[in-house]
Design a protein around this ligand. Sequence first.
Ligand code: ADP
Length: 591
Amino acid sequence: MYQTYRGRMIAYNLLIFLFIFFFILFCLVQGTLFTFLQQAKSQLNQINNDSQLYISEQLKSTTTKENYKKIFYNNSSDYCSTLTSTENCQIFLYDVDQNLLADSNYNTQKQYPFLNSLSLLSEDTGSYLQYSEINHMPYLYLSSHLTIDGVQLGYIIYQYPLKSVTDLMSTTMIYYLLALAGGFLVLIVITLSYSGHFIKPIRDLTMIADEINNGNYDVHIHYRRRDEIGDLTNSFNQMTNNINNIILQLNLERNRLASVLASLDDGVLAIDQNGQIITSNSYIKTYFNVSNPQTIYDFQYQSFLRDIFDNLKNGKNHISEEIECNDRNLLIIGSPIRQTGFEENYLIIIRNITASKHLQNEQKKFISSVSHELRTPLTTIIGYTDMLTRRQVTDEQILNRSLTTINHEGHRLLRLVDDLLNANRLDKAEFEVRKTNLDLHDLLINVIEQMQIKASTKEIEITYKSDPELPEILGDYDRLQQSFINILHNAIKYSDIGDVIDVISTVENNYIVTSIRDYGIGISKEEQQNIFNAFYRVDEDRARNNGEGGAGLGLYLVKQIIEKHEGKISINSIVGEGTNVTISLPIIEKH
Ligand code: ADP
C-alpha cells in the first residue's frame, strides 16, 4: 500500500501527541488520587484517635475498668450515633468476636466488604486501610482495634466516602477530553501546514527526478535555506549540472564521431553479438537502400553481410571479400571489436571499389591496347627493314614506298608515345599552360594547313569560316594547336573518302566558339557520355582497323587543355550523320 511521507509524518506526530497526552493524564490522575488518599488516610487516622478518645472518656467517667466491656456493649449505639454525627464518615462498632454492635447506617447497609479486614486486623495491633466499592460507590475503610486502658473492647471501622474524588475526576476528565480533541485538531492543522513546508523541497526533488527520467536534464531546484535539505538540493543541482556537462560532451563526441563516419567514403557497420546494429553511417543506407537498419537481418537482400557476421561470430579474425552487388564492386572487410570489460562486437566496412575496379580494368585494357598499338607500327617497321636488308632491294620505287611506310608508322608511334606522355603529365602538377595573347584565327589556319595533307589522302576538303575580326584570346599556343589537331585528326579519321569538314569560328557572349563538323560515321548517344574519359575508345576494332587508332587519350587530353583555359568542349553527334565538336574559349576582357 502506498503511504505518503507526509501522511506518515502526521500520523507519527499524532501518535506521539496521544502518547504524551495519555502519559500526562495518567500521571495527573495517579498524583491526584494519591494526594487525595493520603489526605483521607490522615483524616481517618485523626477520626480514629478522636473516636477512641471519646469512647475512653465516656467509659472512664461512667464506670470502672472491669465494666468497660459491658458498658461499651450497652452504649455502643449511642457512641456510634454520636461519633457519626460529629465525624464526617460512617462508623461501625464490633465486639471482640467480630459481631456488629452498632452501625451508623442503622443496618441499612447490607454488605460489609471490610469484614475480612477484621480477621487480618485481629493478628495485628495497628489499623488497616482498605478501598472498596459498594453499589459502584467508592469508599475508603479504616479498621482499628478498640482498646481502652489495655482492655480489648472490640473493633471500630470507619467508612469514608470517596465520591467527591470521583466527581472531581470525572469533571476533570471531561476537560481533559475536550483538551485532547482541541489539541488533536490544532496539531492536525499545524502538522498539515508545517509538513507541507517540509515536504515541498522533497516534492520539487521528485518532480525534477521525474523530469530527468523523461530525458530533460536542464533542471534546477531553488531552495535558499542552509540546512540538510539545502545540502541535498545543492548536491542535486550539482548532479544535474554534471549530467548536463557529460551529456554535452557525449553529444559533442557523438556528433564528432557521426561527422567522421559521415565523411567516410566507406560504409561502416558496427554490430553487437545479437546482430543489433550499434552504429551505421549514411553510406550504408545509400549502398543498400535500407532506411534506418536496426539489425543485420534488416539487410534481407544482402545475405553476404549475414555470412560475414556469422563467420565473425564463429571466431574468424579478419575477413576481406570482394563482391558484386547492384552493379557495384564492393570490398567487404570484417573484424571483431575487442575491448576489455565489454562483450565482443563486430565491425564491417564496405568500400565501393567500382571506380578503382573499373580503372583497373581500363588500365588492363589500356595496357593490352597500347601494347597492341605499339606492336602494330613496330611490326610494320621491323617487317619493312627486315625485307630491305634481307632482299637488298635496289628498286627505287619499292625503296621509296617502304621508307614512306616506315616513316608513317614511326610518326604514328611518336604520336602514341606523345599522347601517353601528355596524359601522364596531366595527372601531375608539372602540367601547366603558358598563356600568351594569341590570335585563334591564325592558329586555326595553321592547323588546317597542317591537316590538309592528311585530309587529301582521303580526298577530304576542309572548309574554314570565321567572323571577320576574331578578338584575341589568352592561351598556350602549342597546347591549343595540339587540341585542334586532335579534333581535326578524329574528324578526318572517321569521315568517308571525299567528305567535307567544316570549321567555323564565331564570337558568342565573350567566347570564341569554334565548331569542327564532319559528316562521318558519328557516335551514339551512350558513347558520347564516355568519350572524354581517358583510354576510352568507342569501337576498338573500328579505330584499329583503319590503322589510325590511338590510345583513347585524344579527346581526354583536349578536354583537360580546354578546361585549363577556362573553356568548354561539347560533342554533338548522330550515328551515320557525323559529328560536331564545339570548343568555346574566353576572349580577353577589355577594360
Ligand atoms: P584516340 O586518340 O584513340 O582517337 P580519342 O579520345 O580522340 O581517342 O577518341 C575517342 C573515341 O571517340 C575514338 O575511339 C573514336 O571512336 C571516337 N571519335 C572521336 N572523334 C570522332 C569523330 N569525329 N567521329 C566519330 N568518332 C569519333
